[in-house]
Design a protein around this ligand. Structure first.
Ligand code: FMN
Ligand code: SF4
Length: 409
């Protein structure tokens, strides 16, 4: 029987001690205009810190300009370090920790032809690139060893910059269909060398990046991995998800965040509910097309229930002894208690904290026991509206005045 923790007690992950067990999971904010951090992005995370969570994760910090899926995602390059420093200072002011989700799109990119520098987006395997239909990049490139080494360096350099910008943790994104999950996933990795085949081989390259990241920054900041326990109906199954956790533990990752599903193939396995009609009309036609295609491909009748990833996550919990964050549909004190009873070390929350960043303080004070979030996913459709990600139902609205590049200015 795993230990049951108090959700409001501190948690040590690697070199980092969190003030409680609540982590804001990465929710693409759409507030990094052309790759540069805005005041709005810093304010978004400051509110989460002020609202009581132990750590706020800044979504999608790309390792390079080509590593972006969409143009308004932050790039962890030298130019952004001052602004990231202002953002982490704003989080620290309220006693919380800051985590950078470090990632690369691989072939899952909607950058237009003028923005994406690579002729063909890099991935584990080559061939037809379904994501590139809209942008006219019909083929992806199978990476060779030199390209893999260059990419490893890119990841490590981005994590070093995150540390130097004041982040207390980095989260390597190995799920949802982005670059690293294109190696991990059976759906994408068709290689027959040391980096493809069974799950152990599919993990060899992502593990290299993890090891080098741990070597470079792991003594100073926490190195977390987010991954998908399954790819949805096809592809990786829970046996793969358990094997991934065992490997992460063996490599020394400080915590794993247990997500599920893939952006294109199985988005409802990630969200536990269907996607709605779009509330926003993204000006960028590629983004509009991508969102439309994603909605069309997803089932329309998935009914949300709290802690919807519990059945999968408890299987991972039973198999490994390492810090694990439960993620997926925690919306109430009951949901928090259930995740703690199940023996998880932390609770990651996305939508409940978009709905109200003060949710953790309110739970602690006992003034609220249930989030008002309806899991309608309309915030997902708002990601590329001019104000960025926000909740349609919430009292907190994005302030267009903060939509200015330069959090430090
Ligand atoms: C608007 C929005 C944007 C998201 N963007 C990201 C992202 O950039 N990276 C990521 O790993 N997960 C992303 N997610 C998924 C969340 O981190 C989380 O896995 C999912 O919302 C389930 O958790 P919840 O039920 O607590 O919301 C996003 C979720 C939402 C609602
Ligand atoms: S729009 Fe608001 S209510 Fe709907 S899922 Fe997002 S946070 Fe929850």
């Amino acid at each position: 029987m795993p230990d049951r923790h108090d959700a409001f007690s501190p948690l040590k992950i690697g070199p980092l001690t969190l003030r409680n067990r609540f982590v804001k999971s990465a929710t693409n904010e759409g507030m990094a205009k052309g790759g540069l951090v805005t005041k709005g992005l810093a304010k978004f995370h400051e509110r989460v810190a002020e609202g009581g969570a132990a750590m706020s994760t800044v979504a999608y910090c790309a390792t390079s300009p080509d590593g972006r899926t969409f143009v308004d995602q932050a790039i962890l390059d030298d130019a952004s370090m001052n602004d990231f420093r202002a953002l982490t200072d704003a989080i620290h002011k309220h006693g919380a920790a800051a985590c950078a989700q470090v990632t690369h799109a691989g072939s899952f990119t909607f950058l237009d032809k003028d923005t994406l520098k690579s002729a063909r987006p890099l991935s584990a395997s080559g061939g037809f690139n379904k994501t590139g239909i809209a942008s006219g990049r019909f083929f992806k490139k199978r990476m060779n060893r030199d390209e893999m080494d260059a990419m490893t360096n890119e990841f490590v350099a981005a994590c070093v910059r995150a540390k130097e910008s004041g982040f207390d943790a980095v989260e390597l994104h190995m799920g949802h269909g982005y670059f690293l999950s294109q190696f991990v996933s059976k759906l994408y990795n068709k290689r027959r060398d040391a980096y493809g085949g069974d799950i152990d081989k599919r993990l060899n390259y992502p593990s290299e990046i993890l090891q080098k990241t741990l070597d470079a920054v792991g003594k100073d900041i926490a190195v977390i991995v987010k991954y998908s326990m399954t790819d949805g109906l096809k592809g990786n199954q829970i046996e793969d998800g358990i094997a991934i956790a065992k490997r992460l533990k063996a490599e020394g990752a400080h915590m794993a965040v247990l997500s599920n599903g893939m952006n294109i193939e199985s988005i409802t396995h990630m969200f536990g509910s269907s996607l709605p009609e779009s509330d926003a009309r993204p000006a960028n036609v590629l983004i509009a097309l991508a969102m439309w295609a994603q909605r069309m491909a997803a089932p329309k009748n998935v009914v949300f229930h709290e802690n919807y990833l519990r059945d999968l996550a408890v299987q991972v919990r039973a198999a490994v002894d390492m810090p694990l964050a439960y993620l997926g549909g925690v919306q109430s004190l009951e949901g928090v208690d259930l995740a703690m009873e199940d023996g998880f070390d932390a609770i990651a929350m996305g939508r409940a904290l978009i709905f109200d960043p003060n949710f953790v303080n309110d739970l602690r004070a006992g003034s609220v026991t249930q989030s008002g979030c309806t899991a309608c996913n309309r915030c997902v459709t708002m990601m590329y509206s001019p104000g960025g990600t926000s909740c349609i139902e919430s009292r907190i609205k994005p302030d267009p005045k903060l939509n200015k590049i330069g959090a430090a200015a």
